[in-house]
Write a protein that binds this ligand. Structure first.
Ligand code: AMP
Length: 476
């Protein structure tokens, strides 16, 4: 099946061909014809599945088909996203896919000046991509009229709810005309999502794609067990010895992200942190540096990394395991995208054994453990509770505080204290189908990578006492 057969206009098929896409992804195959028919949809699809084109292409076509009278340019489509990065990226996709159509778009989000956004809105915008808070600021200042919206998209709706945006979303819904098309995308079906969908959607078509599964299969996953105080050392060693050029590293907290980036810089590795406390300009700079290769390691919190669209990201490192198992799946989905292979490495210390078990329960598989010479954990070090003291070498005081809302912080405590830290949503059914496929392969491929790294490091190793100069593979 090609894009020609989905009912898209020649301009859109051309734009897609110019992107080099040959076949629609599963979510695109299902969503595009439904949206073109004017149906509401509820789609279980995550970043990396091609969902953005899945809603942007038909949205552009519908707006174009029902052209406005001359001189009029009300906002006709609204896409709400949880983060600034995702808003910017979705709007970029609107530009790319809509380049042969006379429709225009803009993104509005916080952290940057409001006046340029007001100017843009004044000039007339067909498609608006926005984060909820800034959108309401504009409504409050009467610089935005939402009464002519024909299509509403909630992208990554579960994240928006996690981040405490439900009240903002309700307010926004109250400002929209009743007759409109609604498209809701969410990676998980929590009760909150179900409630929202019931209120929002009109006889929705349900779309469920198993793409994250395929990503998880394509991504080689492995765990290095390591002492909490030696994670940074091991990470530096992996980056240099394996010659990783572009690595996305996850920490649990903003503070941990900052500290790690600074420490890596001291080790001579170009690194930057990206998280919610950074200004938009700093985030954009870090991301641009990362994409261009000036920044080798981008250290991010879960929220900041959501929606980052970085092509061909080969390595993801979980410097600290997330408190919510499904965040692990989101994280590793940052690599192995759009059919490419990738590698996800988790550095796990004694405090995190339970988190690892919870992740493996969701994955329905064990992640292979690969020992790194010289970094074997010291068995005399006891586990420390993550929520109370130092959680890891990243220096986190408390787990999961990047989010303003309740869910994850609460779970951080729960996940340590109880045997089963359940994510807010039920485990996606798709993971249950996942077999053990690829594990052997993962083992041997990574075994080889680590062996190569060990050999490289041995060659440059200087003997020394383990605690003082321990960062050498095989130097024992
Ligand atoms: P998304 O899930 O929307 O974030 O898209 C993930 C990545 O897949 C983006 O880099 C898109 O450019 C790419 N992509 C989207 N649709 C296709 C397609 N049909 N074929 C190949 N790549 C695609």
């Amino acid at each position: 099946m090609s894009f020609d057969h989905l009912g898209l206009s020649a301009e859109l098929v051309r734009a897609v061909a110019e992107q080099g896409y040959q076949t629609p992804t599963p979510v695109q195959l299902q969503a595009i014809p439904m949206i073109l028919q004017g149906r509401d949809i509820l789609a279980g699809a995550q970043t990396g599945t091609g969902k953005t084109a899945g809603f942007v292409l038909p949205l552009l076509q519908r707006l174009h088909q029902r052209a406005q009278g001359r001189g009029e340019r009300p906002v006709r489509a609204l896409v709400l996203t949880p983060t600034r990065e995702l808003a910017a990226q979705v709007e970029q996709s609107v530009r790319v896919y809509g380049k042969h159509l006379p429709l225009n778009s803009t993104a509005i989000f916080g952290g940057v000046g409001i006046n340029p956004q007001i100017d843009k809105l004044r000039q007339g915008v067909d498609i608006l991509v926005a984060t909820p808070g800034r959108l309401l600021d504009h409504v409050g200042q009467r610089t935005l009229d939402l009464s002519r919206i024909e299509i509403l998209v909630l992208d990554e709706a579960d994240r928006m709810l996690d981040m405490g945006f439900i009240h903002d979303i309700r307010k926004i819904l109250g400002l929209l005309p009743a007759a409109r098309q609604n498209l809701l995308f969410s990676a998980t079906y929590t009760n909150d999502i179900r409630n929202l969908a019931e209120k929002l959607l009109n006889k929705p078509e349900l779309i469920e794609v198993a793409a994250r599964n395929t990503a998880a299969e394509r991504v080689t996953q492995l765990v290095h067990m390591v002492d909490r105080e030696r994670k940074r050392e091991l990470l530096s060693r992996l980056v240099t010895a394996c010659n990783w050029r572009q690595v996305l590293v996850f920490t649990r907290t903003k503070h941990g992200a900052n500290r790690l980036a600074q420490q890596l810089e001291k080790d001579g590795i170009g690194a930057a942190a990206i998280h919610g406390n950074k200004s938009q300009a700093a985030r954009t700079r870090a991301l641009a540096g990362f994409k261009q290769g000036a920044v080798r390691v981008l250290v991010a919190t879960d929220i900041a990394a959501r929606g980052l669209d970085i092509d061909q990201l080969p390595h993801v490192v979980n410097y600290e395991l997330p408190n919510v198992p499904e965040d692990y799946v989101h994280r590793i989905g940052r690599t192995g995208r759009a059919g490419r292979s990738g590698e996800a490495v988790s550095l796990v210390c004694v405090d995190e054994h339970r988190l690892l078990r919870d992740i493996e329960r969701v994955l329905k598989r064990e992640i292979p453990r690969v020992a790194v010479d010289g970094f074997e954990p010291d068995p005399t070090i006891a586990a420390e509770p993550i929520q109370n003291g130092r959680s890891t070498a990243g220096g986190a005081r408390r787990g999961g505080r990047d989010r303003p809302a309740k869910a994850h912080g609460a779970q951080a405590v729960e996940s340590v204290g109880k045997p089963s830290a359940r994510p807010a949503g039920k485990s996606p059914a798709r993971f249950q189908k996942e077999g053990r496929h690829g594990e052997q392969q993962a083992h041997s491929r990574n075994g080889r990578a680590v062996q190569r790294a060990n050999a490289a490091a041995r060659a440059e190793a200087t003997p020394g006492r383990r605690r003082e100069r321990p960062a050498l593979f095989g130097n024992r």
